[in-house]
Design a protein around this ligand. Structure first.
Ligand code: ANZ
Ligand code: ZN
Length: 860
């Protein structure tokens, strides 16, 4: 009997599968397609447990689908542009391309050692010109469609290094990662994509995705943030106190409160601010604007923060009441949302209430609860619920919900307002003043403006000889001979755009490239993506639940409209896997983390330096917490199959998973048991018997029921909800049943062993392949059909009937499951137990509980 040696088995099979092309995507059009997709990694250089978990999950799904007869696409690639490569260049002088490609090679190898059945022929690398050529091409599609435009927008500016910083390069205190300088905001002309054009589709099409969790859909919904309400206009009074043509437009979700407006507020940045400001207020207003411009949006809108604002001296008119109301500016009104102005209704909006209280502005009640008439009562807080309109002229007595529409209709008739839908979603700022990204394919010409680089001149390649200092203009902008080019349209000396694209752009279409990854003449062939898309199962981290998924949906919808794609949504089903957590040891006195390897006694963990007792708890694995487990070490010690089995067994895929060495050991022992079971059987090699299901002993029937229960349960567990953990339990049960069975010679036993190996194949692909060969097969276990369920094997045709005498158990017998009461009584009387205990006693009464027991009552 041989020993289970994962190291040699796994390397061997990985090589053979690769040679045989087992993971290559078939193009057999007769088979149904299945597109399994894992979020591709950023090539940091090292695989971590989170990666292992995602790719294992996707792999089980892909492998089972292949066995079920699907042609499966299970691709992998690299989200390879981005800041870390550039930081490495600045800090260590290694070129971003070199750093990235080295990391990719290293991680590809690590992934291969996990035994994931990726089709490497479809590999895509977003930083490679043959990929970003098409990223640029897609940008041009947006530009041609009028959905890419330039606008001034604020960037993080490091005044010492004289450079733009990414958000990630600014610390919590707002300082530069390199110079430590306080970061400033600076306006730059930047590129945007008009995702807001698709806001409604992105929102409403969430309903077409039953394969997404409500949690993720809600996150997307909130991000898009649809509000229904009205746009209303408040005329500004001129110096002579006459209504002017100039108006302040506001967006409100509560038009029903229009009669309660006692002031209007502009965002300090609003273009009307200085215009409405009276000379005596000018200095104060300018100082306030300057102050607010330094605050972040989060500071400005925080609930608990006092709302700060000042009057401009200007006045407007409430068109509903004709009343004159003051115009203020305040930090809680954001320039970017709605119209950048609000109507202040202190009686019915909490923020306005607080603001009015602090600034002695009038509070006018216009909505009261249905059951009261406390319109004149002094409010202690804003009344924000629906109710009945009061103090509202012709609308008095109208229910407020109805009043919304009534007010809109009225405003529309009178010409000072209309219905409006507002989205929180903003256009996507895609410009980055960095090197390691896809150059935006535009040339700025003094005559022609922003000119798209002609398609036949794509890609606009990143120049290689670049200085990385982290100071001054972005590296591209410093390269004179790259920047200066003739205008593609008129030939005048012009300048290249030096911004590169946000890396989220690269990942917004990679799933469209995979099916046709090597296409040199197009981003993809439409027919091919129409065949493969949508992705049937997407697996990845919840951290991408908003931006990546939203951007990918946006790209898909845009390209659908431009190119006639036949699908609306890129990802049919989405699984967001939980985090992998490690056991963290922390000294509560010093706050220091201690790695497990430095703790002498893990049962009583103490700090090796101070002797303090340590706290131990689970937390997401991370470098800073010193609680990570290196996948490579686990692979080396136990092999990939054990690592996979542990990860799948330890927790349902959506839940967090606590790494536990003892449980890893447990899976290793289980694989060893399966190994012994199957190798023993293969060695004994009992003669092959035909399986005649009509003619089985009880023992055989029981075993067969266990086999088909496993088929049923594992198949169910792998359908849609992917309960891998319970599926692994079922595999364990079947293995136990085989261990306990005593009918190795029977055809049923062979069925059981083969079923176990096949059911386990998607989970532990290497060991099962090895065992499959031992069972005498020469083709791969991964090319077998998925096990067929025989429902009749599940039927329990005999049950155990308990024999009682005066309520005491005296024995039991096997009886047909469908026997009627009379038969049960007869069989019970005939039983050995009854014969013994009833001998020469007179039976007074017989109680028959079908399927359970027969109780004989006799005199004591
Ligand atoms: C008057 C009013 C009365 C409001 C009332 C609410 C309650 P959502 O749901 O988020 O869309 N608002 C509009 N634009 C704003 C901006 N740029 N900055 C800050 N606040 C703004 O919220 C819409 C409501 O937020 C609008 O309805 C407006 O206040 C405010 F009893 O108008 B409301
Ligand atoms: Zn030109």
């Amino acid at each position: 009997e041989s020993r289970y040696t994962p190291a040699s088995i796994e390397a061997k099979w990985q090589k053979i599968w690769d040679e045989q092309g087992l993971s290559v995507t078939p193009d057999d059009p007769d088979k149904p397609k299945f597109y399994a997709l894992s979020m591709f990694p950023y090539p940091s250089g090292n695989l971590h447990m989170g990666h292992v978990r995602v790719y294992t999950i996707t792999d089980v799904i892909a492998r089972q689908k292949r066995m079920q007869g699907y042609r499966v696409l299970n691709p992998m690639g690299w989200d390879a542009f981005g800041l870390p490569a550039e930081n490495a260049a600045i800090q260590r002088g290694v070129h971003p391309a070199k750093w990235t490609y080295q990391n990719i090679d290293q991680m590809r190898q690590q992934l291969q050692s996990l035994g994931i059945s990726f089709d490497w022929d479809k590999e895509v690398t977003t930083c490679s010109p043959d990929y970003y050529k098409w990223t640029q091409w897609i940008f041009l599609q947006f530009l041609n469609a009028g959905l890419a435009y330039q606008k001034e927008s604020a960037v993080n500016w490091d005044p010492v290094d004289q450079t733009v910083l990414a958000n990630e390069q600014v610390d919590n205190e707002g300082r530069s990662w390199r110079s430590g300088a306080k970061v400033e905001r600076k306006l730059l002309k930047q590129w945007f994509l008009k995702i807001t054009d698709y806001a409604e589709a992105l929102l409403s099409d969430l309903d077409s995705l039953p394969g997404w969790s409500d949690r993720v859909k809600l996150m997307q919904q909130n991000w898009i943030g649809k509000s229904t309400g009205a746009y209303l206009e408040f005329p500004i009074l001129d110096d002579q106190k006459h209504p002017s043509d100039e108006k302040i437009g506001v967006f409100t979700t509560r038009p029903d409160t229009a009669y309660g407006v006692t002031y209007v507020v502009l965002a300090p940045e609003h273009p009307l601010t200085l215009q409405v400001t009276t000379p005596d207020r000018r200095q104060a207003v300018e100082a306030f604007i300057e102050e607010v411009s330094q605050q972040s949006e989060i500071d400005r809108t925080a609930e608990d923060k006092p709302k700060r604002g000042i009057p401009t001296g200007g006045m407007a008119i409430n068109p509903f009441t004709g009343e004159e109301i003051p115009i203020w500016i305040a930090d809680y009104v954001l320039y970017e949302y709605g119209t950048g102005a609000v109507m202040g209704v202190p009686a019915h909006d909490s923020r306005d209430f607080q603001f009015a209280r602090e600034n002695n502005l009038p509070i006018k009640v216009v909505i009261v609860p249905d059951d009261g008439d406390n319109a004149d009562m002094e409010l202690r807080e804003a009344y924000t619920d629906p109710g009945v309109m009061v103090n509202s002229g012709r609308f008095d007595g109208t229910a407020s919900e109805k009043g919304k529409q009534a007010i809109i209709n009225y405003a529309e008739e009178e010409g000072f307002g209309k219905a409006r839908i507002q989205y929180r979603l903003r256009d996507w700022l895609i410009s980055r003043q960095r090197y390691w990204g896809a150059p935006i394919p535009v040339v700025h010409c003094p005559n022609c403006g922003a000119v798209p680089v002609p398609e036949d001149q794509l890609p606009v390649e990143l120049p290689e000889n670049v200085e990385f200092s982290g100071k001054g203009l972005s590296p591209l902008a410093q390269l004179e001979d790259w920047v200066n080019v003739p205008c593609p349209t008129c030939g005048t000396p012009a300048k290249r755009e030096t911004d590169t694209m946000d890396t989220f752009i690269d990942s917004s279409w990679y799933f469209l490239r995979y099916p046709d990854a090597k296409n040199e003449t197009a981003a993809f062939e439409i027919e091919t993506v129409n065949d493969w898309l949508p992705v049937d199962q997407y697996v990845g981290g919840i951290e991408h639940a908003i931006l990546h998924l939203l951007y990918s949906r946006f790209f898909t919808k845009f390209l659908r409209d431009r190119l006639n794609l036949n699908f609306n949504e890129p990802f049919q089903r989405l699984l967001t896997q939980g985090m992998v957590q490690g056991l963290t040891y922390k000294n509560p006195k010093t706050g220091k983390y201690v790695p497990a390897t430095e703790i002498p006694d893990l049962d009583h963990p103490t700090d090796p330096e101070t002797g303090d007792p340590l706290e131990a708890f689970y937390e997401k694995m991370s470098k800073s917490k010193l609680n990570g487990v290196d996948p490579l070490q686990v692979l080396e010690k136990y092999g990939a199959d054990t690592a996979r089995m542990f990860i799948l067994f330890k927790a349902p895929p959506e839940k967090d998973l606590e790494w536990d060495d003892a449980d890893v050991e447990g899976q290793y022992r289980f694989l060893n048991r399966v190994w012994r079971l199957v190798t023993q059987f293969a060695e004994d090699n009992p003669p092959r018997q035909p399986l005649e299901t009509g003619n089985l002993s009880k023992e055989e029937k029981d075993l067969r029921r266990a086999i088909h229960t496993a088929i049923l349960e594992v198949s169910e567990d792998l359908r849609d909800e992917y309960q891998f953990n319970t599926a692994v339990s079922e595999l364990m049960k079947l293995s136990n049943a085989l261990n306990d069975a005593d009918c190795q010679e029977s055809a049923v036993y062979r069925e059981g062993v083969e079923t176990l190996v096949k059911l386990m194949a998607p989970f532990a692909p290497h060991i099962t392949e090895e065992l499959w060969q031992m069972l005498g097969y020469s083709d791969s276990v991964h090319q077998q059909g998925w096990c067929e369920l025989d429902e009749t094997a599940l039927v329990l045709d005999e049950i155990t009937l308990v024999i009682q005498v005066n309520g005491k158990v005296r024995g039991n017998i096997q009886v047909p499951a469908d026997a009627d009461k009379a038969t049960l009584e007869r069989l019970a009387r005939e039983s050995e137990a009854a014969q013994r205990y009833l001998a020469d006693k007179e039976v007074k009464k017989v109680i028959v509980v079908p399927k359970r027991l027969v109780n004989f009552v006799v005199p004591k």
